[in-house]
Design a protein around this ligand. Structure first.
Ligand code: BGP
Length: 494
């Protein structure tokens, strides 16, 4: 499949960078007037012991872990979030970008990044989500970050909302099920546009909006069915309103939303498996079609019925809002591919293992060609530029006595994925704005809350319980990536 004669050199102006999320990276939990965030009550975990939220039930008992991300549907609304002395909450300090931003930005600049994707912590700007005025100290932190980046000609790609919301909004309104949250979000987005718009052209309204995570993107307790799809509709409207406003306030601004994309394959060529695959794909296309084309597709009725959704509440003006607030580009994360077959659950992320692919230690199949396939598929469908805003490999790194890591496996993963991306751009002519690798500096894993699932070009001395010096040390992949960026991809041919 790879064309050996076609250079991997990328078009001039290609954006090279890294991506992070505030609650996995930033810390600074008690600083600059930051309010409580939905992720603050999430414990650490592992593959064997899922993360959970610590909530006190009305009778004083504490809920049991149910599954990662999802706050048990059975938790009554009167239950209160609570911090427990014997639990560890990784979002509180994360890897402390809050106090290391100068050092981290310098390290990223050292690799030649011309863009850095980070998310603003909503509750640092509006602590409960409902204040009339933003928190000036919170805005100042991001001012400092963006100004530091400017010293190295690195531009920001800001995620307005990365799977989170002020805890107050999640509890009071059952997250995005309420249209009140649309207003809170638009006020928050407007504040960011007014404050940072003169220095930020690229924006993402949401992270992985299509992922199913209660208390994650939707902040909703019941993460399936009626509430979930109502929450999604409200997020579509909020995103479209923000896009329209952003275009008005920031001339030349470019808006995307980030979708979690995996390559997907029918497990066999049995027609039933193929049809199931088509329906499974629509679980994702639903989001991309509505936000990228500005209207609900015909198949939405079947999909919603399949998820026991009776009727979505829509205001008469919503259709026009969705039309006017279409995305400028389609951003996605790509880590792996999945297989699917008739009878599998919808959202059966992963499916059976694929005999043709190797897996990471966390069981994620490694499929670089799937990236080229996904880029083509998304572009063929929506015909708007794409932006790969997350890709990388979570691995167990063994640091030597100087904290140096020889991560050849990461280099192999990235080389194969970047080569596949270059082929999609150079051979298939898929327009792609850039690539931001997850995550340039080691940080806390979203799914497991671990530190040992490391992604970075830079090692951070910290363990799963937050112990360590936080010292940053470039890994072998750091200089490798630097060379790829300084040759604008040509070195992938070496
Ligand atoms: C995406 C999220 C990120 C990130 C990444 C890697 O789903 O947008 O926040 O963490 O996946 O996943 P994990 O950290 O679970 O390995």
């Amino acid at each position: 499949m790879e064309d050996k004669n076609m250079s991997k050199k990328l078009p001039k102006g290609f954006l090279w960078g890294g991506a992070t999320a505030d609650f996995q990276y930033e810390g600074g939990f008690n600083e600059s007037g930051r309010g409580l965030l939905s992720h603050d009550y999430e414990t650490d975990g592992s593959k064997e012991h899922p993360r959970h939220h610590t909530m006190k039930m009305p009778d004083g008992s504490i809920i049991e872990p149910k599954s990662s991300f999802i706050l048990a549907d059975s938790v009554p609304t009167e239950a209160e979030p609570v911090f427990l002395d014997d639990e560890y909450y990784p979002s509180h300090n994360a890897v402390d970008f809050y106090h290391h931003y100068k050092e981290d930005i310098k390290l990223m600049a050292g690799m030649g990044f011309n863009i850095f994707r980070f998310s603003v912590c909503w509750s640092r700007i509006f602590p409960t989500g409902e204040e009339a005025e933003p928190n000036a100290a919170g805005l100042k932190f991001y001012d400092d970050v963006i100004n530091e980046m400017a010293k190295y000609n690195m531009e920001p790609l800001i995620t307005i909302c990365h799977d989170e919301m002020p805890m107050n909004l999640a509890l009071k309104y059952n997250g995005w099920t309420s249209r009140k949250v649309i207003d809170a979000y638009v006020k928050y987005a407007k504040t960011l546009f007014e404050h940072f718009g003169n220095r930020c052209k690229y924006w993402l309204t949401f992270n992985e909006i299509n992922a199913v995570r209660g208390f994650g993107p939707t902040g909703v307790r019941n993460s399936e069915g009626q509430d979930r799809y109502q929450a999604d509709h409200n997020m579509f409207v909020a995103s479209a309103k923000a896009v329209k406003l952003g275009h008005k306030l920031i001339p030349g601004s470019q808006f995307g939303t980030m979708f979690a994309m995996s390559g997907a394959y029918p497990a066999t060529c049995k027609p039933e498996d193929m049809f199931h695959y088509l329906q499974e794909k629509r679980e994702n296309w639903y989001f991309i079609d509505i936000m990228g084309r500005g209207y609900y597709p015909e198949y939405a009725a079947e999909l919603l019925q399949r998820h026991n959704v009776k009727e979505l509440h829509m205001e008469p003006e919503d259709a026009q809002i969705l039309k006017e607030g279409q995305l400028d580009y389609i951003a996605f994360s790509y880590y792996r591919s999945n297989t699917t077959k008739a009878g599998d659950d919808w959202f059966n992320v992963g499916g059976d293992s694929n005999p043709y692919l190797k897996e990471t230690p966390w069981g994620w199949p490694v499929d670089p060609l799937g990236l080229r396939y996904t880029m083509n598929e998304v572009y063929d469908r929506i015909q708007k530029p794409i932006f790969i805003v997350e890709n990388g490999m979570g691995a167990v790194d063994k640091a030597d006595e100087n904290d140096y890591v020889e991560d050849d496996y990461r280099i192999d993963y990235l080389k194969d994925h970047l080569s596949a991306m270059a082929d999609a751009i150079n051979i298939d002519h898929v327009p792609c704005l850039g690539y931001t690798m997850w995550a340039p500096i080691d940080l806390v894993s979203l799914s497991t809350g671990e530190m040992k699932k490391r992604y970075g070009f830079v090692y951070v001395d910290m363990d799963d319980k937050g112990h360590g010096t936080l010292k940053r040390t470039p890994k072998k992949s750091y200089n490798w990536m630097k060379h790829i960026i300084e040759t604008n991809g040509s070195a992938l041919d070496e």
